[in-house]
Design a protein around this ligand. Structure first.
Ligand code: ADE
Length: 267
């Protein structure tokens, strides 16, 4: 995977991606990072690449020409049809599915904006995807580009070791991950759930599945609407509703689950 990043802060991107698992993948050559400093393409002697917005208003706008020239400087290295991603809070919200889809590309270009935005005309010219990493506003596109590159890299074959990729992970099967415990068995009086010490693999798997459902219900109930439940899962859900399960849930959660089960039985 070749990542190309158009940015005003190349060292920020290089330092972060060069660290930890993505750094290891770069050292192995599975991932390559190529940054382009937009400031090098300033049209002015002072290195500035921003100007006042037409129509007035607060803040400055990144000018079209330096951004276009920065892009053109790497065009020869890109395949035709390469996706060019502009990081912006106005974009489509990034998720695991998008990470998996983008990991199938050979090259990706990230355009990191700063100030109040980038002149729309150059965006129209070069950008294929506008992507946001969530409903909040950051000072620039570098952190969002890094978030995306990290999540995409994990999906590129060879980046994670077998042990790392073998883990059952959050969002696999549409549920959040179950809680994990390591030594000691008793930490400051808090015990590891006994089933995990039982050596009974089927019971461990069942417990983990139920904890995933419970955690998803508590933290991200909307994800349950798209999850697939088998007979045992539905029995657990009924147990939660009736109060027979070990775990307690709130009245709102009971109402939510009752509707969910009723819809499942309808379809
Ligand atoms: N730039 C500023 N905020 C952003 C966000 N939430 N996502 C993507 N790019 C951004």
């Amino acid at each position: 995977m070749n990542f190309h990043v158009l940015t005003l802060f190349p060292e920020m991107v290089e330092d972060a991606l060069g660290t930890s698992i993505t750094g290891r993948a770069m050292a192995k050559g599975i991932i390559r990072l190529h940054t382009v400093n937009i400031r090098s393409f300033s049209l002015r002697g002072d290195g500035r690449i921003d100007d006042y917005p037409y129509g007035g208003g607060a803040g400055m706008v990144m000018q079209a020409e330096p951004v276009m020239r920065a892009f053109e400087s790497l065009e020869a290295k890109l395949p035709s049809q390469c996706r060019v991603i502009c990081l912006t809070p106005q974009g489509r919200v990034f998720d695991q599915k998008m990470a998996e889809e983008l990991a199938g590309e050979g090259d990706l270009v990230f355009l990191c904006g700063h100030y109040e935005g980038i002149d729309e005309r150059v965006l129209d010219e070069i950008v294929t995807d506008h992507v946001s990493i969530g409903d909040y506003v950051l000072t620039g596109g570098e952190l969002p580009a890094l978030v995306m590159m990290d999540a995409i890299s994990r999906m590129v074959p060879g980046v994670l070791s077998n042990q790392e990729s073998g883990q059952t992970e959050s969002f696999q099967g549409g549920l959040l991950e179950y809680p994990q415990y390591s030594r000691p068995e008793d930490w400051r009086g808090k015990k590891v759930p006994p089933v995990l010490l039982s050596g009974h693999h089927a019971n461990v798997d069942r417990w983990r599945r139920e904890q995933s459902i419970l955690r998803t219900l508590r933290n991200r109930p909307e994800l349950l609407e798209r999850a697939v439940f088998d007979k045992k899962d539905r029995k657990y859900l009924r147990g939660l509703i009736s109060g027979q399960a070990e775990e307690e849930i709130t009245l709102d959660q009971i109402t939510f689950l009752s509707k969910l089960l009723a819809n499942m039985e309808k379809s």
